[in-house]
Design a protein around this ligand. Structure first.
Ligand SMILES: [Zn+2]
Ligand SMILES: [Zn+2]
Length: 318
């Protein structure tokens, strides 16, 4: 069965092909173990304790018993800096835990909560610089997702512009509001709850679900139900999203039969402009098991073969 579907949030056109994932291919390659991967501390890793001299002074530090357990530092090799007039911003690395062998598959609730505390603090810090329009928060896990270091970390980049992907999503959301007089994200939350079969978790603050169609096979989305920017989140939001991460990544590991490379992208509100009524903070969790071929690159049409209901049923945790 084949049908045309549209990603409700990005507007991407998807050819949904229910047997596409069943075509023969080599078994999914799990990233091979790196040297020192199983150790709690590696003397070669710049993010491990004992190697603090390899980083700048932390911009945020969480300590326990006199030792740091998580921190944010300036990126030594920034994508962006304050040197250029036309495009500028800052790039920080959030070292999510002191444990070199930590990962989203084994981190504790407290460790996840520390990550969100740091995001919120750094979001506030970086967005206070004049001329900054957007704060981009993302994680690359394992080499196939673009990670150059294995120590668990995520990244925050501030920009003097709104990235094209966000502009695309804002246009889709604005157009939905104009035609339906309703917030697109509220509509998605309500319709996914009533359909129920694509739901992974329905919390007080967040909805976790598998969209009907996405550019990336097997993508998971999380929508913040309320009109709240990340710096307005309270302990309620931090507690619930940490719980979601803990449960979801455990389920995902079982589903994938091991750890896979992935990206997490948090799409935050632009810092200026009135988008509050049309937008919502949301997450894209993207498995990097599959790559694009010439068809996708030449057409901007995406072929998706993951059955969203089947995937949601495997990951559901309520
Ligand atoms: Zn390390
Ligand atoms: Zn998005």
């Amino acid at each position: 069965m084949k049908e045309m579907r549209r990603d409700q949030i990005t507007g991407d056109l998807i050819i949904y092909s229910s047997y596409r994932n069943k075509r023969p291919h080599d078994t999914v390659k799990i990233n091979k173990k790196e040297e020192d991967e199983g150790k709690i501390n590696s003397d070669k890793c710049p993010f491990c304790r004992g190697n603090e001299h390899l980083n700048d002074i932390p911009t945020y530090l969480i300590e326990e018993d006199g030792e740091w357990i998580a921190k944010s530092v300036k990126n030594k090799f920034p994508i962006i800096d304050l040197e250029t007039e036309h495009i500028f911003g800052e790039h920080e690395v959030v070292v999510e835990t002191y444990r070199h062998n930590g990962s989203y598959y084994n981190m504790s609730l407290q460790e996840f909560s520390n990550v969100f505390d740091m995001y919120i603090d750094r979001y506030k810090g970086l967005s206070s610089r004049s001329g900054i329009e957007y704060i981009n928060i993302f994680k690359n896990s394992l080499r196939d997702a673009g990670a150059s270091l294995m120590h668990p970390h995520s990244q925050i980049v501030s920009f003097n512009l709104i990235p094209a992907e966000i502009i695309k999503e804002l246009k889709v959301a604005r157009s939905y509001m104009e035609h339906h007089h309703e917030n697109l994200y509220d509509h998605i939350v309500e319709s996914e709850i009533s359909h129920a079969k694509r739901l992974v978790y329905n919390g007080e603050k967040f909805l976790v679900f598998i969209p009907q169609a996405t550019r990336y096979n097997g993508e998971i989305r999380i929508i913040c139900k309320e009109e709240k920017k990340i710096d307005q989140w309270s302990q309620d939001e931090i507690g619930e999203i940490s719980y979601i991460y803990k449960k979801l990544f455990k389920k995902w590991e079982e589903y994938n039969d091991g750890e896979i490379a992935f990206n997490v992208i948090i799409h935050t509100y632009p810092l200026s402009g009135d988008y509050d009524d049309v937008f919502r903070t949301h997450f894209h969790i993207i498995p990097r098991k599959f790559n694009f071929g010439g068809f996708e690159l030449s057409t901007n049409l995406f072929v998706c073969g993951t059955d969203p209901e089947e995937l949601a049923a495997s990951l559901r945790f309520y």
